[in-house]
Design a protein. Structure first.
Length: 167
């Protein structure tokens, strides 16, 4: 599989289903909230390490948690996107098959070959959103590129502030 075309979707108030509440799911919820999505989380359980952050997400009113094992009927046409970060082949299979039936783009965090789209590393700056994804072979390289872009944007802000101070 080669590179994927980046699409910048308006997800404000759009419904997104996230399956799982572990480290990967919570990292993705954090990113999606930056863009105002309405997120439904289906998870069998919330691991100890993610409880506090998930509680904070619930308090925003933009995230709701449904504690259960994923079933086919949970995936309905109201969702714009579905992201499965359960690390469970059965959940991955249900999500893939049901989304295909309904024509909903699906991302499977444990198997890129099943994913219709990749979840990018995201950097936001003043009025900018940058999404980075590689060919899926080297996730570390994607993370390093994101870190570089983050520091470039931060440097640009500093330069702007310095110039502002002088005028
Ligand atoms: C960008 C970022 C966004 C995010 O996840 O938020 C992201 N992966 C990140 C980190 C990361 N990923 C993995 C580790 C563990 C250590 C390691 O293996 O390195 C870590 C490190 C960590 O978790 O800290 C393992 C891993 N990742 C994928 C698979 C399955 C497979 O390749 O088939 C497996 C094996 C799972 C297993 O073994 O079961 C697949 C995908 N991961 C992607 C995105 C998509 C496009 C990636 C690209 O451009 O290459 C893609 C293809 C599909 C998708 O998931 O959309 C984020 C970094 C940015 C940031 O930190 O800001
Ligand atoms: N793409 C990436 O960036 C990346 C990075 C690391 C790991 N991974 C993959 O993502 C998966 C998830 O990683 P994690 O560390 O967040 O895992 P985790 O085990 O901490 O969390 C999994 C979550 O999914 C829930 N879950 C499991 N099966 C379910 C089911 N059938 N129905 C409903 N909920 C279910 C669990 O209750 C838990 O909340 C890993 O298995 C790995 O394959 C992907």
């Amino acid at each position: 599989m080669g590179l994927h075309f980046p699409v910048f979707l308006d997800i404000e108030d759009k419904k997104i289903l996230l399956v799982g509440a572990g480290q990967v799911a919570v990292r993705r919820i954090r990113t999606l909230l930056l863009f105002g999505a309405d997120i439904a989380v289906i998870a069998r359980e919330v691991p100890e390490g993610q409880r506090q952050e998930l509680e904070e997400f619930l308090e925003t009113g933009k995230v709701r948690l449904i504690r259960k094992c994923l079933e086919k009927a949970d995936i309905t046409p109201e969702y714009l996107l579905v992201i499965c970060a359960a690390g469970d082949p059965e959940a991955d299979r249900i999500a893939k098959e049901r989304c295909q039936e309904l024509g909903i783009p699906v991302n499977i965090a444990s198997d890129r070959r099943l994913s219709d789209f990749y979840f990018p590393a995201v950097v936001t700056g003043e009025n900018l959103a940058v999404g980075i994804a590689g060919d899926g072979e080297d996730h570390g390289r994607t993370a390093r590129a994101a870190a570089l872009i983050r520091s470039c944007l931060a440097g640009e802000e500093e330069t702007k502030k310095d110039k502002g101070d002088r005028t």
